[in-house]
Design a protein around this ligand. Structure first.
Ligand code: ASP
Ligand code: MG
Length: 424
């Protein structure tokens, strides 16, 4: 017997027929004798609709301002998961499975007070463990919790992945299965490179980079939590026949296992290629080269909640001036330029140059820690395709390259093949 947390995303619970299919996946594990807790998202599109209503309702007549009370936002958008948790419990009951739905506050899933983007502070696993003892399948509404002000909170978009991993950690589950509309984590986006392969395993560290650098399979926070608590997490498809052979395999169900790197025997140098479109590049020319300048630039940007990514500073030629280049999401460019305009006098720089429509393509793999030449291979391959590199940043396990947006697909395919990812 194992203890399994099963999470189903929005497309997997999009209508009653799909919820029934989900119930069959759950029943399979229950029939195999496992202790099961389920976490659900809202029906696909539902949360967007709710967010739209919140925005509409909070506009003063004739105004275009998008400001709303985050507590009421939470009260509204958390409702999508309430609906699906109840519907799945009903469907399971109709199949003869002992099931009951639970909202975040009932467990309770305690969060901090950052309404709209709350972080889970604490989950006492004993409530769910008691349900296991009663032979009950607890169906938990994902994405939501309860804040210190005793009000509903939500975890930020995509947050039900995080609910599932946090619950798996709290009940010390053997596995957390994230069921979604793809059948695993791929070496790159198969819509760009049809030769992309499904990975059977990927390390927590690599998955964290993949998720932060643009792969949209899992919420970044959920991967962080899985890594910290060492939760073995499977990404798998809910659309496969729940009773197909191997689906109930305890150790190796079909999908991608996110796990400790020790578990990965055949380590590749490069595991995957991720990309993020819609980056904007900002360069500050002739910035005074003295202590406090970077703090003076990036402090105000952070206060304005602008997510700065790649940062490159030149070594000053004359000891007086330097250039600083960095990227922000294209959507934040105007705001960033506004903030920079305000600090221009105090910092002292000549000019701001900016360009939206950039892409960041990243090569990821823990194998590069112990291999030389991985970066050079990427640069050469891009050069051979006449793709110009605008900026580069690296970490121990990734190389990120900023290029012009229209070359994104070509760069992804080029890098995917140069590291042999399209071959078995
Ligand atoms: N329903 C929420 C959203 O769309 C949470 C989730 O699906 O993970 O963001
Ligand atoms: Mg999701």
């Amino acid at each position: 017997m194992a203890r399994i947390v099963m999470k189903f995303g929005g497309t997997s619970v999009a209508d009653i027929a799909r919820i029934r299919n989900v119930a069959r996946h759950v029943k399979r594990e229950v029939d195999a004798g496992h202790e099961v807790a389920v976490v659900v998202s809202a029906m696909s599109g539902k949360t967007n609709e709710l967010v739209g209503w919140v925005q509409d309702a909070s506009k003063a007549e004739g105004s275009n301002l998008n400001i709303y009370d985050a507590r009421e936002y939470d009260a509204v958008v958390a409702s999508g998961e309430q609906v699906t948790s109840g519907l799945l419990a009903l469907t399971l009951q109709a199949m003869g499975v002992n099931a009951r739905s639970w909202q975040g506050w009932q467990i309770p899933i305690k969060t901090d007070g950052a309404h709209g983007a709350a972080r889970i502070a604490e989950i006492d696993g004993s409530f769910l463990i008691k349900r296991f003892g009663e032979g009950q399948v607890a169906v938990v509404a994902g994405f939501q919790g309860i804040a210190p002000d005793n009000r509903l909170s939500t975890l930020g978009r995509g947050g039900s992945d995080t609910s599932a991993v946090a619950i798996a950690a709290a009940v010390k589950a053997d596995r957390c299965d994230i069921y979604t509309d793809v059948d695993g984590v791929y070496t790159t986006d198969p819509r760009i490179e049809p030769k992309a392969r499904r990975l059977s395993k990927i390390s927590f560290e690599e998955m964290l980079e993949m998720a932060s650098l643009g792969a949209k399979v899992l919420q970044v926070r959920s991967v962080e939590l899985a890594m910290v608590h060492r939760v073995r997490t499977f990404v798998r498809s809910s659309f496969e026949d729940p009773d197909a052979p191997g689906m109930g395999d305890l150790l190796n169900p079909p999908g991608t296992l996110i796990c400790d790197e020790e578990e990965i025997v055949e380590q590749q140098v490069v595991t995957g290629i991720a990309y993020a479109k819609d980056e904007a590049q900002i360069s500050l020319r002739r910035v005074a080269d003295r202590p406090g300048v970077s703090a003076g630039i990036f402090g105000p940007l952070a206060e304005a909640n602008i997510n700065v990514d790649m940062i490159v500073q030149n070594i000053s030629e004359d000891g007086k001036f330097t250039d600083i280049t960095f990227t922000v999401p294209s959507g934040d460019l105007d705001k960033a330029l506004f903030v920079l305009g305000k600090v221009k006098e105090t910092i002292g720089f000549d000019a701001v140059q900016s360009e939206p429509g950039m892409s960041k393509v990243s090569v990821i793999g823990i194998g590069m820690r112990s291999h030389a030449g991985v970066a050079a291979t990427a640069f050469k391959a891009l050069a051979d395709r006449s793709i110009n590199i605008r900026a580069i940043t690296t970490s121990e396990i990734k190389i990120s390259i900023l290029i012009d947006g229209p070359y994104t697909e070509l760069a992804v395919r080029t890098l995917h093949s140069v590291y042999g990812l399209d071959k078995q």
